[in-house]
Design a binder for this molecule. Structure first.
Ligand SMILES: Nc1ncnc2c1ncn2[C@@H]1O[C@H](COP(=O)(O)OP(=O)(O)OP(=O)(O)O)[C@@H](O)[C@H]1O
Length: 237
């Protein structure tokens, strides 16, 4: 799908990503994990070329138009209705008008927002805004969906529905790069995990394998949060 080689992103006062090299392969959901400030959003911003960086980024069988990006900060238009937000994002991606309408209605229904289809985004609840934010990233039927903390503020039932939907899309061939501090989400959805620490890739591996190794080592039923703590907790913490 794409390869990053020696990618480094320097902001004025910080090195957010340091010499990051990784080959993202088709058919996977990748979880990007790290503590606050580890460089997760920066990595995503490099992948969608939202920021300048040093190093190489090569998409192999996709283009920037095949990527859907759902940012951590809401990126919807408050004065536009739910439907018009969808149609706006579809037009950005040059989706045919008829197709855009059809896909938008289907996604709005899937997100449980059918009754709000004509409501201005500003009048939605926080969780509904999040759902709209997510489905705008899917309106052009991307090959890769990048999700940065998409379930923050969403109630547990809707969160479960969203994750099940993402899993369904993944099983249907959508590649996903996902970051969240809710490790149960990442464990459920992601086949592989990339751990970042202070901008550096410190470990990557298959989710099940990492958890299995941890279970053996600790002689208990471990989960992804055990792996996270083991990999990223510093001595003395
Ligand atoms: N636009 C920016 N200008 C300056 N520094 C930035 C900018 N964006 C991020 N940084 C810095 O880069 C580092 C990595 O930030 P980033 O947002 O990528 O981390 P993160 O892992 O996504 O964190 P979080 O889990 O809190 O969202 C931090 O030190 C942050 O302060």
């Amino acid at each position: 799908m794409m390869e990053l080689k020696h990618v480094t992103k320097k902001y004025k006062k910080s090195l957010a990503l340091i010499d990051f090299s990784y080959h993202f392969e088709n058919g996977n959901a990748y979880g990007i994990l790290g503590v606050n400030g580890a460089g997760k959003s920066t990595l995503m911003n490099c992948i969608i070329q939202n920021v300048s960086f040093d190093g190489e980024l090569n998409y192999t069988d996709l283009s920037i138009w095949d990527i859907g990006y759902v940012p951590q900060e809401l990126a919807i238009y408050p004065e536009l209705s739910v439907m018009d937000n969808m149609l706006f994002f579809a037009s950005v991606y040059k989706v045919d008008k008829g197709e855009a309408r059809e896909r938008s209605v289907a996604l709005i229904e899937k997100a449980g927002l059918k009754e709000k289809i004509s409501t201005k985004a500003s009048k939605l609840s926080g969780g509904m805004k999040r759902k709209l934010n997510l489905i705008t990233g899917l309106v052009h039927d991307p090959k890769l969906l990048i999700c940065d903390e998409v379930c923050v503020g969403i109630d547990p039932i809707s969160r479960k529905e969203i994750l099940e939907y993402l899993k369904e899309l993944k099983n249907g061939g959508l590649n996903i790069i996902y970051t969240s501090h809710y490790l149960d989400e990442v464990e459920y959805l992601c086949d592989r995990i990339v751990f970042l620490d202070k901008g550096k890739l410190v470990l990557e591996g298959a989710t099940k394998k990492l958890i299995g190794e941890m279970s053996d080592a600790e002689n208990k039923e471990a989960d992804l949060s055990d792996v996270f703590v083991k990999v990223l907790r510093k001595d003395g913490e």
